[in-house]
Design a protein around this ligand. Structure first.
Ligand code: NOJ
Length: 519
């Protein structure tokens, strides 16, 4: 287990929207390098960089054309190498994005695989044995190549699924077992990609759709076995590198597959969703626990998280995040005070947290935008970073109509420049809470976690991390409940909290982090 993960706070960089150094309207690697000091100064010591590989960008880069080449719009492989060096100079780490489940249909492997005559890459993707064979339970593209067969897709139609085999074989004529030499060759090809970038200096990967490799594998037994093999390779050859999965099943991802961390994704109705992202679009009612409306229930998070935390805490980390490139920014439903309370909570829960670029200033979810590069409803969370109050908010010097996506041009749109100067800004709140986390080992990684107060449909939520207590009352009204500890030094407070005669009182919209005396 790489030691550095324990006190990491990640900053997610969406490269096309972060910083454009050459005035072409698209963010790039030299632009990111110029902002590393900013990220470090905010307190983040690790970066997750969304895909920067060569791609036709039908899915914003998750459709890889060439795994060994940086997309020219972001720079060159030399720029990537320099990025890793600059990151390390600052004592930071960087994870690239690994897309193991599918490629672009323009990838050379696919060009070869779709040839009508059998060749060494015929089985690199999943093909039926005839174009007339198209069982409806599989997502197949039919009759669009010269090869007599249909191929399976993993996500969009332009993303054919790589072949890691089938666990449960229902159509033996074309489904291969995971230990078929051609499936094993797919795994080796993946390892080659990983080695290439880790040799160049990246510190590991965030792994896209990590659970999608072996098909008909409901319990993920064969998929976990693939990852366990890859983890073995990492432990042997790259023990300082990390793997973070997009999976949302810590027991499988961390426990069985060897991932060092697993994202707590927004799956409708799960703990993370009911806590932070349970806005009811039909009724317009906010049903998240962490809303000032106070209609939520913390118990799904408490039960689900506690169970997963206990089951995996000795092997890896659960990663909470403020947002990512697939979700609406929380600012879509929350005001600044709610964001402060929510983010402070996220940064003091166990695991390894992730901050999505621009969330530190409360950038808007631009819901009115039409789709860009396969973004669809996700596009509004992918707009240019708002650095300054100048042209294009400092993102780029290009004409406004050449920008990757429009910059938020509303009056008063948040910028780093404005918020840095304001002690009470969201930016400075986020910066302070990250500093508190990083300077207190008890708040880092999987340090001791115990729920002290959580009840169905009730407020507040109180938990302990070592000798610290975090008491949160997101709703607008005051609450008071029994509390067995004596309050010591208050380390961080939004709103107001007090302990008296065995009761804790939290004013409406309070987050308080304090030391306890009688632990
Ligand atoms: C998950 C990624 O986060 C998302 O952006 C992408 O579209 C899909 N996987 C497909 O790769």
């Amino acid at each position: 287990m790489p030691k550095w993960l324990e006190n990491s706070v990640f900053y997610q960089v969406y490269p096309q929207s972060f910083c454009d150094s050459n005035g072409d309207g698209i963010g790039d690697i030299p632009g990111l390098i110029s902002k590393l000091d900013y990220i470090k100064n905010l307190g983040c010591n690790a970066i997750w960089l969304n895909p920067v590989y060569d791609s036709p960008f039908m899915d914003a880069g998750y459709d890889v054309r060439d795994y060994f080449k940086i997309a020219p719009r972001y720079g060159t492989n030399d720029d990537a190498k320099r990025l890793f060096e600059e990151v390390h100079k600052r004592d930071m780490k960087l994870l690239m994005d690994l897309v193991p489940g599918h490629t672009s249909d323009t990838n050379e492997w696919f060009t070869k695989s779709k040839q009508p005559l059998k060749n060494e890459l015929s089985n690199r993707y999943i093909w039926t044995d005839s174009v007339w064979e198209a069982p409806p339970q599989y997502r197949l593209m039919c009759g669009i190549t010269d090869r007599d067969g249909n191929y399976m897709v993993n996500y969009f139609s332009s993303q054919p699924a790589l072949n890691y085999g089938f666990y449960d074989i229902t159509h033996p004529k074309w489904q291969l077992p995971p230990n078929h030499p051609d499936c094993l060759r797919t795994v080796e090809a993946l390892k080659k990609i990983m080695r290439f970038w880790m040799d160049m200096g990246c510190d590991g990967f965030r792994v896209d759709m990590a659970d999608s490799l072996v098909k008909n594998d409901d319990e993920k037994i064969a998929t976990s076995a693939v990852w366990a093999g890859i983890r073995e390779m990492m432990d042997k050859e790259y023990p300082e590198c990390a793997l973070v999965s997009e999976w949302c099943n810590p027991v499988r991802a961390i426990g069985s597959s060897g991932f060092h961390a697993d994202f707590y994704l927004d799956h409708h109705g799960n703990g993370y969703s009911t806590a932070f992202r349970y806005y009811n679009y039909e009724t317009g009612r906010q049903e998240s626990f962490f809303s000032k409306e106070g209609n939520g229930d913390i118990m799904t998070l408490v039960n689900e998280f506690t169970e997963n935390y206990k089951a995996t805490k000795d092997k890896g980390y659960i990663s909470f995040f403020t947002c990512n490139h697939d979700n609406p920014r929380m600012s879509a439903w929350y005001d600044e005070l709610e964001l402060k309370i929510n983010f402070c909570t996220i940064f003091t829960l166990p695991g390894v947290p992730f901050l999505y670029y621009g969330d530190e200033i409360g950038m808007r979810y631009q819901s009115e935008l039409t789709s860009k590069e396969g973004g669809f409803s996700r596009t509004g969370s992918r707009t240019p970073m708002q650095w300054t109050n100048g042209i294009n908010k400092g993102f780029s010097t290009a004409e406004a109509d050449r920008l990757y996506l429009p910059v938020d041009s509303r009056k008063g749109a948040p910028t780093v420049e404005s918020q840095e100067k304001d002690e009470n800004s969201l930016y400075n709140t986020v910066k302070r809470i990250i500093a508190v986390r990083k300077s207190n080992p008890e708040l880092c990684g999987n340090g001791d976690f115990e729920v002290l107060y959580a009840k169905k449909n009730e407020y507040p939520f109180i938990f302990r991390r070592g000798s610290f207590v975090i008491a949160v009352n997101p709703k607008a009204e005051d609450v008071a409940v029994d509390f067995d500890y004596e309050m010591g030094e208050k380390v961080f407070e939004i709103g107001s909290a007090g302990v008296c005669d065995g009761r804790i009182t939290l004013a409406g919209q309070t987050y308080c982090l304090f030391k306890i005396k009688n632990i």
